[in-house]
Design a protein around this ligand. Structure first.
Ligand SMILES: Cc1cc2nc3c(=O)[nH]c(=O)nc-3n(C[C@H](O)[C@H](O)[C@H](O)COP(=O)(O)O)c2cc1C
Length: 202
């Protein structure tokens, strides 16, 4: 991000897209694990870290995966407004990205992505009780027969019904660049694939 003009909105926009694309593949990129926030049934905010699984730079969509039984899924059904926060220390950049979330469970997209999901990752979707259930003992919720090992293909398939791809359509990006010589802040609004740029006081 250091080799482009911090005064040129289009170059900034391209650098954001470049870094989001990189972060999907590079597990060490800080943008790989953003904080995702949404509104719960009490109209208060829930935030948590998720793994950025896909960035579609053409349609401007960010994807992550979750368990259909987790409370955030029911919350998103009620209210699709959501927000990602990314921060990278080396880039000195914070991104606050407003999105509209869309759930994919037991449909063609979920099936396609599940097909590419490794057995070890499929294990996350095999808890017997739903995520966030109260338990009397500290445990991971997965059957004892699978403790410390990967499920085989057949065992892993039980997780498919829980596997959910959340697609998040970007509506607005707030880019903040912190630099001793002068901070910069740019608001990018995206409507029907057309970007609008506005400088903000940081
Ligand atoms: C590094 C890291 C990556 C995570 N990735 C995901 C993820 O991709 N999807 C997910 O649902 N939860 C992920 N989690 C767990 C969530 O942060 C959260 O604890 C969990 O989803 C329960 O959230 P909820 O009660 O709001 O539904 C991750 C946690 C960490 C620390």
């Amino acid at each position: 991000m250091s080799t482009f003009s911090k005064e040129n909105p289009k170059e900034i926009y391209e650098s954001i897209k470049r870094n989001l694309s990189r972060a999907v593949k590079d597990r060490k990129h800080s943008f790989h694990t953003p904080v995702f926030s949404n509104i719960n049934d009490k109209n208060t905010i829930e935030s948590r870290v998720v793994v950025l699984r896909k960035f579609d730079s053409k349609d401007m969509v960010l994807n992550f995966h979750t368990d259909f039984r987790s409370p955030k899924v029911a919350d998103i059904k009620r209210n699709k407004n959501s927000l990602f926060v990314f921060y990278d220390y080396k880039l000195k950049v914070q991104l606050r990205i407003k999105t509209i979330s869309n759930l994919n469970n037991q449909n063609s997209l979920a099936e396609e992505v599940w097909g590419k999901t490794k057995l070890f990752s499929r294990k996350c979707y095999l808890t017997e009780k739903p995520p966030s259930s109260i338990t009397n003992v500290p445990e991971d919720g997965i059957d004892k027969s699978l403790q410390g090992k990967e499920p085989n293909k057949e065992e892993s398939e039980k997780g498919y019904k829980n596997f959910t791809v959340i697609q998040n359509k970007i509506e607005e990006i707030d880019w903040l660049y912190l630099e001793a010589s002068g901070h910069r802040r740019l608001k990018i609004t995206i409507k029907e694939n057309i970007e609008n740029f506005e400088w903000l006081i940081p």
